[in-house]
Design a protein around this ligand. Structure first.
Ligand code: ADP
Ligand code: MG
Ligand code: MG
Length: 886
């Protein structure tokens, strides 16, 4: 018989922390905390298998579930000494969702369930606190109506606002028992008016309504969006937790709060959190009242006057601090905690491994190694490679002039400039058009997720460090300034007003998520500092990884950046980018438009010294590290003039007319250039082009070896090879050129000739091609295009929908399609090495910096990955994790 329900409480539990798949993260950790002897209100967890069953069976529950829940509720009743639905001594519960991984804000919780017109009186009598009882009841009606019955929140908020206005008070805390009683009545009436039936008084109906709502919320739109953005499968389902209520709203010795055992923003080993006296549940994160600091230190640092918990409730704070230590020792990781204090007694309501910025992840991992909590390997596995991106992003140049508009909270680090937009939809639309935007909201909600994702940064006028905007932005790695209270964000007129200054939609602002500053205009940024914790972790990563990491770099500038990031060579240096620089393009165009070999050679002779100069610079920066140079790849017409005056310039240089050139240009037109006259096909038909490039490479290599004494081993890479013959012909020409240059210079050097594997035929015939190759580099951008038969430039129109419909789990240009394209890579690797066991294998293309693809490459036995300079550290860490996991 399947066990559908697990109980916890009173120092024991049926579940454990490692049962997250079954109990969800929240349920598993509640069970674990209960077993550890921490004060956890007793409760029960309905498993994720029930959710799966529910959706597989037309939204019906397993037969025995009702009886199982009844039995578990009875256990809670015994533990608490109250009875569910009892008019005199009612047990109240919360109904909480909990998926395997936390999905912040996605699922709705119902508190104070079990209250009705009778039990509220019982609660009042029992607690001796009428105000508390009616406050709880009205909260319950409000939440239950919203979450379970679908009556929108704002109806109730409006009633509260109107009542406060009538009474002439500002704060919820100014409302009395009578006020809440009156409002509870109005709430019920409102719900009845909206639904045409009364608010449910039967507590069993309430309970099962809430349970079904939690399961139902697995399929609401914002939960789906979150899952899609975070690659969480639909099939996982959520668990439901039903837990005895504890009350933070019982007066001034009660409170509720959220805390992290270390600072999730900086990683400092300092308790970090917020709390509210006489409040319940989500009040802290909802931004209705301004929460107070947890510690005295944090309060002083913030310049706040309202006492910290450390000051106002020193005894409970002490207990909380003990719990923090206990939890960290047990979980060996930083914890994110929810707690409630009821009449001076501490209750733990949640713990989980805390989300953190990349900076904090690094610091915590490195610190915990020093503290002896974890070892180096664990530390390497702790930091999500993709999250390093946050650290590699620019920060504001401290010397750049800045026009400060206002300050908010430093909610998520990193600096960003962009055009101001006021809605998530605008953010998404503008970003699609390639514009950088800053999304400005009063506060964000789960409905804004797509816009937050599209924006470069997020700015809110309300909300604290644990507000929705702050939590989500940190998770996404977007810079965020929250709670900029002086801002008036007017979404209607699409303006942002601050102390008389106005910024309109579309105007540029800059935010600094590390300081909370908001500036008018775009501010100059600086490259990140890569010493300290980052360097320590990278040293450990390098120790454990098997894959080498190279970079794709075309310019000396990129090459230097990549070296600073730890690149161990260049895996792809595209020579065509060099052709566009400055006045070279005229010579390039002369070469292309020349009618015959002579003209081409004349133009190429002009290009030779320029290419040689570039290679000299790159070889010098790489100081003996391998450099793979790809010979010219794109179709020639990409370089052609488009405007009349550009034709005139080239015509003048060539001593011909613009009209003649235009005719020649028209001849070069191709219907399908991606599959046209490009890659090695250029080399086959215009030998002089590759000869010039080979000459430039060898001359540069000789020059640098002679000058610096470093060994230079150029790896010359021929693109778009489909057959062994192509490579054999071109290899022979490169070798001939090498001999020629070595003879001229009286200096020989070692070099390699290899090919890109970027056509399915090449992968399939890799055993033949390997005869003429010293190395393969899998060009997975083109291989993806040619294997799937989609053009990257045109896929935008349908790819997103393909991903949404789950035809592709993820964009195959972002993460390698392991089943298809990946299989070709594996095949190519195996067949290539069947001919030459020592064949050097690498991958270049966007995938080289994608952690999942890096893991794949590790498994496929490649020697290295090559990626863009900023992704080099990500690839290093991903490679280490792949090695440690394998
Ligand atoms: P979320 O996943 O959105 O954080 P939770 O289930 O954790 O939702 O609940 C939201 C809030 O309700 C939490 O801040 C928690 O403090 C409060 N809460 C949940 N269950 C109880 C309970 N049994 N007693 C008191 N407060 C509770
Ligand atoms: Mg919530
Ligand atoms: Mg929670």
């Amino acid at each position: 018989m399947t066990k559908w329900v697990y109980t916890f409480g009173d120092g024991a539990a049926e579940g454990r922390a490692d049962m997250k798949n079954l109990l969800g993260g929240k349920g598993a950790n509640l069970a674990e905390m209960a077993s550890l002897g921490l004060p956890v209100p007793p409760g029960l967890t309905i498993t994720t298998e029930v959710c799966t069953y529910y959706y597989d069976n037309g939204q019906k529950y397993p037969e025995s579930l009702k009886a199982d829940v009844d039995a578990a509720v009875e256990k809670i009743e015994k533990s608490v000494g109250a009875k569910f639905g009892d008019a005199k001594n009612p047990l109240l519960v919360s109904v909480r969702s909990g998926a395997r991984v936390s999905m912040p804000g996605m699922m709705d919780t119902v508190l104070n369930l079990g209250l009705n017109d009778q039990t509220v009186e019982g609660l009042a009598a029992m607690s001796g606190n009428e105000r508390f009882a009616w406050d709880s009841y009205r909260r319950f009606i409000q939440m239950y109506s919203d979450v379970v019955l679908g009556v929108d929140h704002y109806h109730f908020e409006e009633l509260i606002e109107m009542h406060k206005e009538d009474k002439g008070v500002d704060l919820d805390t100014d409302l009395t028992a009578e006020d809440w009683k009156l409002l509870a009545g109005q709430f019920k009436a409102k719900t009845e008016e909206e639904l045409g039936r009364p608010f449910p008084q039967d507590v069993q109906e309430q309970l099962w309504g809430a349970i079904s709502a939690v399961f139902g919320s697995w399929q609401i739109e914002r939960a789906k969006v979150y899952r899609r953005l975070n690659n969480i499968p639909e099939s996982w389902g959520t668990a439901v937790n039903v837990q005895a209520m504890v009350f933070g709203n019982m007066g001034d010795t009660s409170a509720t709060g959220v805390a992290f055992t270390r600072d999730p923003s900086t990683g400092e080993n300092e308790y970090y959190g917020e709390y509210l006296i006489n409040a319940q549940g989500e009040d802290v994160v909802a931004g209705i009242r301004t929460p107070q600091n947890l510690t005295k230190r944090a309060r002083e640092a913030a310049g706040a006057t309202a006492p910290s918990m450390e000051e106002s409730m020193p005894e409970v704070f002490g207990q909380l601090a003990d719990v923090f230590v206990k939890l960290e020792r047990h979980y060996k990781d930083m914890q994110d905690i929810e707690f409630t204090v009821q009449h001076g007694k501490l209750w733990m309501l949640q713990t989980r491994n805390g989300k953190r910025t990349a900076k904090a992840a690094l610091k915590i991992a490195v610190d915990m190694v020093a503290e002896g909590l974890i070892d180096e390997k664990t530390a390497v596995l702790r930091v999500e490679p993709a999250a390093l991106d946050q650290l590699l992003h620019p920060t504001l140049d401290p010397d750049a002039p800045r026009d400060l508009l206002t300050r908010g909270l430093p909610a998520s680090p990193g600096a960003a400039s962009g055009a101001v937009v006021f809605t998530a939809d605008d953010a998404e639309a503008w970003a699609k058009d390639g514009r950088d935007v800053i999304l400005c909201r009063l506060e964000t909600s789960p409905e804004d997720i797509h816009g937050m994702h599209a924006a470069k940064g997020i700015l809110t006028a309300r909300g604290g460090m644990t507000s929705h905007a702050a939590v989500v932005a940190r998770g996404m790695g977007r810079p965020c300034v929250s709670g900029a209270g002086q801002l008036r964000i007017d979404a209607k007129t699409e303006t942002l007003v601050c102390m008389g200054r106005e910024v309109k939609k579309g105007e540029k602002i800059t935010i600094d998520g590390a300081t909370g500053e908001v500036m008018v205009g775009a501010v100059k940024t600086l490259q990140p500092e890569l010493a300290g914790d980052f360097a320590s972790l990278m040293v450990w990563a390098d120790k454990y990884r098997k894959l080498r990491v190279r970079t794709n770099a075309d310019t000396p500038g990129d090459t230097q950046t990549a070296r600073d990031f730890g690149a161990e060579g260049i895996g792809l240096c595209r020579t065509e980018h060099m052709f566009f620089e400055g006045d070279r393009i005229v010579a390039v165009r002369e070469m292309i438009l020349a009618e015959a070999v002579d003209g081409r050679k004349r133009a190429l002779a002009q290009l030779l010294p320029m290419q040689r100069g570039d290679f000299v610079a790159i070889f010098k920066i790489m100081r003996g590290l391998p450099v793979t140079i790809r010979l010219l790849d794109p179709p020639l017409h990409e370089f052609l003039p488009r405007e009349d005056d550009e034709f005139e310039d080239v015509a003048k240089a060539m001593g011909t007319t613009a009209d003649l050139l235009k005719r020649r240009a028209a001849e070069l037109h191709e219907f399908n250039p991606m599959l046209g006259h490009r890659g090695c096909r250029l080399g086959i038909t215009y030998p002089e082009i590759y000869e010039m490039q080979a000459r430039a490479i060898f001359e540069a290599a000789v020059e640098v070896e002679k000058e610096t004494g470093d060994t230079v081993v150029p790896e010359i890479m021929i693109p778009l090879v489909a057959t062994e013959k192509e490579l054999a012909i071109l290899r022979a020409r490169v070798e001939a050129m090498a001999e020629e240059v070595f003879a001229e210079k009286g200096h020989t050097l070692t070099y390699m000739v290899g090919t890109m594997i970027e056509l399915p035929r090449a992968a399939i015939c890799a055993d033949q091609i390997a005869n003429s190759a010293d190395f393969f580099s899998f060009g997975t951008n083109d291989l993806t295009q040619t294997a799937i038969g989609i053009s990257r430039d045109d896929a935008g129109r349908f790819l997103e929908e393909y991903v949404r419909k789950d035809i592709f789990a993820i964009d195959p240009f972002v993460s390698i399609d392991q089943d298809g394209v990946g299989a070709l890579v594996k095949l190519g690797a195996e067949r290539g090495r069947s001919t030459k066991p020592n064949l050097k294998l690498g991958i270049c293309g966007e995938h080289g910096g994608d952690p999942a693809s890096v893991e794949f490459c590790h498994g496929a036995g490649l020697d290295y990955v090559s990626c863009s300079p900023y992704r080099v550290p990500i690839a290093r860490l991903a490679a280490a994790q792949a090695a440690l996991k394998g």
